[in-house]
Design a protein. Structure first.
Length: 205
């Protein structure tokens, strides 16, 4: 037998065959890891703490709990006898400066009155028109009474009355209220009262 027959080198596997083998081993090991240990948690399931492992999560109110609505500026939340939200009523009476923004020439401010003092001498119809221009209305008698017992209510003053809507048609709806003792509820004519002011109310939305 010729000596050269023993010197022939064994054929080497091709490079692509080695690559496929290595890739198959990697896929097998990854699959085995998933079977044994399960998939990694999805990023959305992990709370993002931004370096704070104890970052609190936002709590939802219990089911059936009615959230207190946010009050418009200067308004108080008036509740009914059962405690349910009923309406918004202004914490204070409309001032001279506020009234003149809508009706700049209707009234002359009496001597000694400041811009921030309650406007007076406004008839029931003009008070209602001002309220409407502000996207509001006059409070009803019951709303005014409830507001007067609410924290933050600012009485107009011991010598003032305030227009309220009596809830009846025509002039009979023109009523006034006062926190001063000795002043009964009363109906007033449409205008000409230097001791009558008013405040605004709004319906809940």
């Amino acid at each position: 037998m010729p000596a050269d027959d023993f010197d022939v080198a064994a054929p080497r596997p091709a490079g692509w065959l080695i690559a496929i083998t290595v890739l198959s081993v990697i896929i097998f090991l990854v699959g085995l890891g998933l079977v044994l240990f399960g998939p990694l948690p999805a990023p959305s399931a992990v709370g993002a703490t931004h370096g704070d492992a104890t970052a609190p999560r936002r709590q939802r109110p219990p089911a059936g709990t009615a959230a207190t609505p946010a009050a418009p500026p200067g308004m108080l939340l008036v509740r009914d006898e059962g405690g349910a939200p009923r309406a918004w009523v202004a914490a204070r009476a409309v001032s001279w400066a506020e009234y003149r923004q809508i009706f700049p020439r209707q009234l002359q401010r009496p001597g000694g009155a400041e811009d921030g003092d309650p406007v007076t001498g406004v008839g029931f119809a003009y008070a209602g028109s001002y309220a409407e221009a502000r996207g509001a209305r006059l409070p009803t008698a019951d709303e005014w009474a409830a507001a007067s017992q609410t924290d933050g209510f600012q009485p107009a003053g011991s010598r003032f009355w305030e227009w309220v809507d009596g809830g009846r048609p025509d002039d009979a709806r023109q009523e006034v209220r006062s926190l001063s003792t000795g002043k009964p509820q009363a109906a007033r004519a449409p205008s000409g009262h230097d001791d009558v002011t008013f405040r605004l109310a709004r319906d809940l939305k």
